[in-house]
Design a binder for this molecule. Structure first.
Ligand SMILES: [Mg+2]
Length: 422
């Protein structure tokens, strides 16, 4: 079951509409796709979020390191890549490791003839609830009615655009969804002063939790925030790696953790992180970055196997108009069904991969935040939409990419361009 050959490339899937958050807008998703082939001819597929150019660049080196590994050696691969120098750049390396590691699990599951959840302790649940993403900076544009009609029971709204819209967005959403769980995601946009002041205004709206109110590195600040206000605190960006999760739990900095295999460096790392949370009585969920079929299926295997994943998982699936598989995991009345086929349980359509291929990352429009020097005015210092916008030409036409191959017969990825990511 040794990996003999690896291909990787990027694909882009447009959204059906632009979604907004505290740092900008997104009109689509770019994903890193990996295909591995073992000496015995088993094919495994993997996928990762691809926001920054370092991801495909690191993938080229990860692929060289992975050739020759047994597909069951996921922990060894993770440590091998970090030990090769990426300890210094762990947050840049995790996405490439995750894509390769997912492909290893897919191949291993196919070799065993078993779905991944069966290799991870069994199926704790047969279907997985999803949270509706209602992402607009303007309260007048919030429209959860379609999600209500589709059967969603949990709702997530982005706030953190400015202090007054925080309240208006939460009030509007609460009016529309009734008593259903309402998550408010700040994406780290609040200063400590804002974070002390806003909960008193939001608490009457009974949020299920406020997600990532402070910057990702401020673990002590989140721990303090849990002690001075009543709304549960969920951490997302702060909880990327296994070490992050250990520090959060030790500090008592969260009531809920959002895990993400792409940001953790693999599915196995998420299973371990969920165990840390379980031992401390914490429920976990999964962060969404617009997963295509492979990552979405991987999420469902994780959710099936992790007992303390008791909360609806996040998903941007409703915004995706296309995919790399003809039959990706589907939502039905706000629920996913856990796959049962071996491996990830996804049949990738390689013609679709080719049709969606790109050689550059496109889509995000970042908004520069105005945080510095603002702590004396905590209720007026969060970023205002449109005030400091820096566009990145998101509408360039996609260009086709041939991707990269790494295998014994081609001498590795170094030096191969083929129109793929440099
Ligand atoms: Mg979040």
């Amino acid at each position: 079951m040794r990996i003999e050959r690896i291909w990787h490339g990027m694909v882009r899937a447009p959204f059906s509409e632009t979604i907004e958050w505290g740092s900008g807008k997104r009109s689509g998703t770019t994903r890193l796709i990996v295909r591995i082939e073992t000496a015995g001819g088993i094919v495994g597929w993997g996928e990762a979020q691809c926001l920054i150019p370092s991801t495909p660049a690191v993938m080229a080196q990860v692929a060289e390191l992975a050739v020759g590994h047994d597909v069951s050696d996921v922990e060894r691969l993770h440590r091998h890549v970090l030990g090769a120098g990426y300890y210094h750049h762990q947050r840049a390396a995790v996405f490439a490791i995750a894509a390769l590691e997912m492909a290893m699990w897919d191949a291993f599951g196919k070799h065993c003839g078993q779905p991944l959840w069966r290799l991870w302790g069994g199926r704790w649940r047969e279907r997985v609830a999803a949270s509706a993403y209602v992402f607009h900076a303007d309260p007048a544009r919030l429209a959860p009615a379609g999600f209500l009609d589709a059967g969603f029971e949990t709702f997530k709204v982005k706030i953190g655009f400015d202090a007054e819209s925080d309240l208006a967005l939460a009030e509007t959403a609460r009016d529309m969804i009734g008593a259903r769980p309402l998550r408010l995601d700040v994406n780290g946009a609040w200063t400590p002063g804002t974070a002390r002041a806003q909960p008193a205004r939001l608490a009457p709206l009974r949020p299920a939790y406020v997600e990532q109110p402070l910057e990702l590195s401020d673990i002590a600040g989140h721990a303090a925030l849990r002690q001075c206000q009543p709304i549960p605190i969920a951490l997302d960006e702060s909880a990327y790696t296994l070490t992050d999760v250990g520090r959060i739990v030790a500090a008592g900095a969260a009531d809920v953790l959002l895990l993400d295999p792409h940001q953790a460096g693999g599915l196995w790392q998420v299973l371990k992180a969920a165990g840390i949370a379980e031992a401390s009585g914490l429920p976990v969920s999964l962060h969404s970055g617009a997963e295509l079929a492979l990552s979405q299926a991987a999420y469902l295997h994780l959710a099936a196997a992790i007992p303390n994943m008791t909360l609806a998982i996040d998903t941007e699936r409703t915004y995706l108009g296309t995919d790399i598989a003809a039959d990706p995991p589907a939502l039905c009345e706000g629920w996913f069904t856990v796959p049962e086929a071996p491996g990830l349980g996804v049949e990738v359509d390689e013609d679709r991969v080719e049709a969606l291929a790109v050689d550059r990352i496109e889509g995000p429009i970042w908004t520069r935040r105005a945080r510095a020097g603002s702590r004396s005015s905590p209720l007026t210092d969060t970023a205002r939409p449109g005030a400091c916008r820096k566009d990145r030409n998101p509408h360039d036409a996609p260009r086709r990419a041939a991707g990269h191959d790494t295998g014994p017969e081609d001498g590795g990825a170094a030096g191969r361009t083929g129109g793929g990511p440099a």
